[in-house]
Design a protein around this ligand. Structure first.
Ligand code: AMO
Length: 431
């Protein structure tokens, strides 16, 4: 390996020679002294070349270096209170490993602002900015803490197919693809497969994976390819999985606060840990709040973005909307026995937007078949799914959370595209 240390692993008192690797962040030539600031994943290192004592060849290499070229610097450590991390490197060797052309397609120092489209076009460059990197560091912490939490709670991580034969979340938002001589689709949700595994006896499963939605609208909270965090659990009802969800959200916030302090600081975010239990309001109460605040919405309508905002403002913290009309929730949501017009579905909301949907599921074969038909779908297309309900399906419940929405609401980020490396939207298919 070329590198001996990341910038943050070096201490001012180190005696041994070190090799750091990174990008030429800044080069300042003051005549008698030349500073090269090298940036690696963890931070900045000041490399100082004193004209009087330094090897002429090294000085030439550094003076001719273009910004953002990749370098390996070997040298000794000198205490320097004014430098990042309190030390500077006096080089004995400078290698240029990857030369950068100039001018650069965007600035990486944070001194010149670039609009989001420009940044997304050269995302590899944008991710070099500490601000952008901090977002993806926190994304990593979120996913890691979810795996930790669910693993501790007895959930098995599974992976289900993304190329499928049927819709799950409504036929309109499907991406058709060619699968040899047949038509297939990109999966909208692992829904049917995670339920199959309840019949399979895995008892508690989770998946973190891509979902594809051919939604036409171009908004700040919709992607055409998103990351869904899904669970499914047997012998639990809707309330049981809501408790898992609110505990998980609190855990994630706590872990990010504990492990992500540096990145939160870079982003200028002060986290407020959500208090549990989250407030529960019924769908009818939600409609009432929206109407009282002037929204034109009828009982039985899905919540518009405006209504979500109005209700969110009134509640002011994470909350659940429960007891939805059976008609507007998918076929797999279980209607209440004593009031079948309502079902055991819930949405988990941040004041700004919906973060998750879930439900106790229908687990009777006959009822499920009827619900599929009632929603205008053809049960024949669901043969592979329905079969599992015929041969011993336990009662079960689950939910799906959008990873990007969780991240953007946590960090107060306005546009969902900021929190995906390579967003897919109505216009963007590359990079
Ligand atoms: P739903 O369709 O509500 O439910 O999706 C669950 C969560 O996934 C996120 N999400 C999206 N995020 C960004 N862009 C999109 N286009 C997008 N679509 C969905 C949201 C949403 O709350 N099968 C059910 C879950 C379940 O019942 O287990 C489902 O997919 O945060």
């Amino acid at each position: 390996m070329i590198r001996t240390h990341y910038s943050t692993q070096i201490t001012p008192d180190m005696k041994e020679s070190v090799t750091i690797c990174g990008w030429a962040h800044e080069i300042r030539d003051l005549g008698g002294i030349t500073f090269l600031v090298v940036r690696d994943r963890e931070g900045l290192v000041q490399v100082t070349l004193f004209k009087k004592t330094i090897d002429k060849n090294l000085l030439e290499i550094v003076r001719n270096l273009s910004r953002e070229s990749v370098v390996a610097i070997t040298g000794t450590i000198k205490k320097e209170a004014k430098a990042p991390n309190g030390y500077e490197v006096v080089p004995t060797e400078v290698k240029v490993l990857g030369k950068a052309d100039s001018p650069l397609p965007m600035d990486t120092t944070g001194k010149v602002d670039a609009d989001l489209d420009t940044r997304l076009d050269v995302r590899f460059m944008d991710v070099r900015r500490p601000y952008t990197q901090a977002i993806f560091r926190i994304r990593h912490l979120i996913l890691k803490s979810i795996r930790e939490y669910l693993d501790n709670d007895g959930f098995l991580e599974i992976t289900t197919p993304k190329v499928v034969a049927t819709a799950t979340e409504g036929g309109t938002a499907l991406f058709p693809i060619t699968y040899f001589e047949r038509e297939a689709f990109l999966n909208q949700s692992p829904q049917l497969f995670k339920q199959l595994m309840m019949s399979g006896g895995l008892d508690r499963v989770f998946e973190i994976g891509p979902i594809f939605r051919a939604e036409e609208h171009d908004t700040r909270k919709h992607l055409n390819e998103a990351t869904s965090i899904d669970i499914e659990a047997s012998f639990l009802n809707n309330e049981d999985v809501m408790v898992i969800l609110e505990n998980l959200v609190k855990y994630i916030y706590m872990k990010v606060q504990e492990k992500g302090a540096t990145y939160l600081k870079t982003l200028g975010v002060e986290l407020k840990i959500p208090e549990i239990p989250f407030k529960r309001i019924t769908y009818s109460e939600a409609i009432e709040i929206a109407r009282k605040n002037g929204e034109k919405i009828e009982w039985g309508d899905d919540l518009s973005t405006e209504s979500e905002h109005t209700i969110g403002k009134t509640i002011g913290e994470h909350y659940f909307i429960v007891d939805w009309p059976s008609k507007i929730k998918p076929f797999y949501a279980l209607p209440y026995e004593d009031k079948p017009e309502l079902c055991r579905a819930f949405d988990m909301m941040h004041p700004r937007m919906e973060l998750s949907s879930g439900a106790q599921r229908v687990h009777s074969y006959e009822m499920l078949r009827d619900r599929i038909e009632a929603q205008g779908l053809n049960p024949d297309g669901f043969e592979f799914y329905l079969k599992a309900f015929k041969y011993g399906m336990p009662p079960h419940s689950g939910w799906g959370v959008g990873a990007e929405r969780l991240l953007m609401t946590m960090l107060g980020i306005e546009n969902i595209r900021e929190v995906v490396l390579f967003p897919r939207d109505r216009k963007r298919l590359s990079p």
